[in-house]
Design a protein. Structure first.
Ligand SMILES: *Cc1c(COP(=O)(O)O)cnc(C)c1O
Length: 515
């Protein structure tokens, strides 16, 4: 039995297990163990729950559990990865810079675009870190008030919030343009925090392992149980970490990809076609335009679960690579040949995606994808219905250790799901129909605290007499809107020249004020 198993089954703490997993992939020549342990410890000390990512029993009979990933500083699961990433950036810079004078120090400018959660999680991961500036661009008026307040109330000098008079895609385009811009790269070393950053994926493997360990310790599963994880999915980062956990050998029978109405991934698993607009995979409830749903011209729908409103998932090509390796590499002799073949296939698919808006895979590739995954699409209406249904079901309150201070999300013994987590639970209930207890145990991932997404929660529970939204608010949210804020406005029309100028001025002003 590999050592890591013993750690999982013998009840290691989250931090200990995370350290053990990261150590498998981070060479101790790169980061000495003692330092890595310290980084991991600091990264998860900011979480409010003693278990870091506690498990809640949602339905004992159905063997359905909820893995709460939202006990970090910004109340969404992205903290699990970005707290670590911030400390890693800082570590490498400090090591390089030592006590050098300001003029000789290496300096990093982290840039990112956000439609909500990534921005605040990245800002909380990097605030006040030495030798790093962080600039987050977001579409003015299009992120939720709580999300905006979480970002703009961070007044540390190295944090630069930039509201753009445009869409999320405009922000994203600016970030991409910056990375390709020779002029800014001549003076500034840029770094990214988006979800394809591999350190983020690595960090997320830890909670799959940790929750399996907890279930085992509590006698809910044995080493031979079938366990399914159900993951509310947008850019495919979270569920990809689950896939890597499975490939590492953790006993995961299947991963269930749960999408909202932006369902490109669900259509892939149902039809084998990955298309921006559904041509081959028509949904039961109609085509692309639906009453009361705003669709952008590029095809992204605005739903109650905005963090999953994506047209194309940037991490999905990583899975495609593994599938191609497995399927088309079969007849080839060396690993190098297999890799080259996988790379060629993925390149071809992505080329079709770009030029034709989609591609289809051969049935053997789809079959391979179905060995590890299933998928579900949960509509807006079903999302609201699920929040309500779960609220009405009295559950044995959250585990005691999960309810200290932050109270998971219980209200008088009732559980309140955020809309993203509700999509996971709705998908889990469907998966349970296909793979019922006692044979199979389900773990749905809860990716955000419901107070972050008031619109959906208030709509779902508007007729519940004992429900008051303000009872749900964590203390950290109270008065958030009144705090002092700082943000900059950036006009799209100023273009890349304007943005370059802005970055240079901001970083210079910050470093002057430091010394
Ligand atoms: C980012 C996010 C997701 C989607 O995660 P991916 O890794 O992009 O699939 C789901 N829920 C919430 C609350 C998020 O912030």
């Amino acid at each position: 039995m590999p050592a890591i198993w013993e750690r999982v089954w013998t009840g290691w703490k989250f931090e200990e297990l995370a350290f053990e997993i990261f150590s498998l992939y981070i060479d101790s020549n790169e980061i000495p163990s003692k330092d890595l342990k310290d980084i991991v410890g600091r990264s998860y000390s900011t979480f409010r729950a003693p278990d870091v990512t506690p498990l809640v029993t949602l339905d004992q009979e159905k063997q359905l559990y909820l893995l709460e990933l939202f006990h970090g500083p910004t109340f969404a699961f992205k903290d699990v990865a970005l707290q670590l990433l911030g400390n890693l950036f800082e570590y490498f810079l400090l090591r390089k810079n030592g006590n050098k004078p300001e003029s000789e120090r290496d300096h990093l400018t982290v840039v990112g675009a956000t439609s909500g959660d990534t921005g605040s999680a990245a800002i909380y991961g990097l605030r006040s870190k030495k030798d790093v500036d962080i600039m987050i661009m977001f579409p003015e008026g299009k992120v939720s008030p709580v999300q905006e307040a979480q970002m703009t109330s961070v007044l540390d000098k190295n944090v630069h919030n930039v509201a753009v008079d445009g869409s999320f895609d405009d922000c994203q385009d600016f970030v991409k343009e910056l990375f390709g811009d020779a002029d800014i790269r001549r003076t500034h070393q840029l770094a990214a925090v988006n979800s394809i950053n591999f350190a983020r994926i690595l960090a997320q493997i830890s909670y799959y392992a940790f929750s399996l360990g907890r279930l085992f310790q509590d006698g809910r599963i044995t080493a031979h149980s079938k366990v399914r994880f159900v993951v509310p999915t947008g850019n495919f980062g979270d569920v990809l970490a689950g896939y890597f956990a499975k490939r590492m050998g953790f006993p995961i029978e299947r991963l269930v990809v749960a999408t909202n109405e932006n369902d490109i991934l669900d259509r892939f698993w149902k039809t084998g076609y990955y298309e921006k607009k559904p041509i081959h995979g028509q949904q039961a409830n109609g085509g692309f335009v639906q009453d009361g749903v705003k669709a952008h011209e590029d095809g992204v729908r605005e739903t109650f679960s905005p963090a999953m409103d994506i047209l194309v998932s940037s991490n999905f090509e990583r899975l495609l690579w593994f599938l191609a390796f497995q399927v088309y590499g079969e007849g080839l002799k060396t690993v190098e040949e297999k890799r080259a073949e996988a790379g060629k296939r993925v390149k071809g698919w992505l080329h079709e995606l770009k030029t034709k808006g989609g591609f289809g895979v051969e049935s053997k590739v789809l079959e391979a994808a179905k060995m590890d995954f299933e998928s579900e699409r949960v509509s807006n209406k079903q999302t609201i219905g699920m929040i309500k249904q779960q609220y009405t079901a009295q559950i044995p309150a959250a585990r005691k250790d999960a309810s200290t201070g932050t109270a998971g999300a219980t209200n008088h013994g009732k559980y309140i799901l955020d809309p993203h987590s509700a999509i996971g639970v709705a998908a889990a209930l469907r998966s349970i129909e296909r793979a019922p207890p006692p044979g199979t145990t389900h773990v749905a991932l809860a990716t955000a605290h419901p107070a972050k997404f008031s619109k959906a929660v208030e709509k779902a529970l508007e007729n519940e007499k004992d429900f008051q939204f303000r009872d749900l608010l964590p203390e950290q949210f109270i008065g958030l809107e009144e705090l002092e804020k700082r943000k900059y406005h950036f006009e799209k029309s100023e273009g890349i020249e304007g943005l370059r100028r802005f970055i240079r001025e901001q970083v210079k002003a910050r470093s002057n004020s430091d010394t």
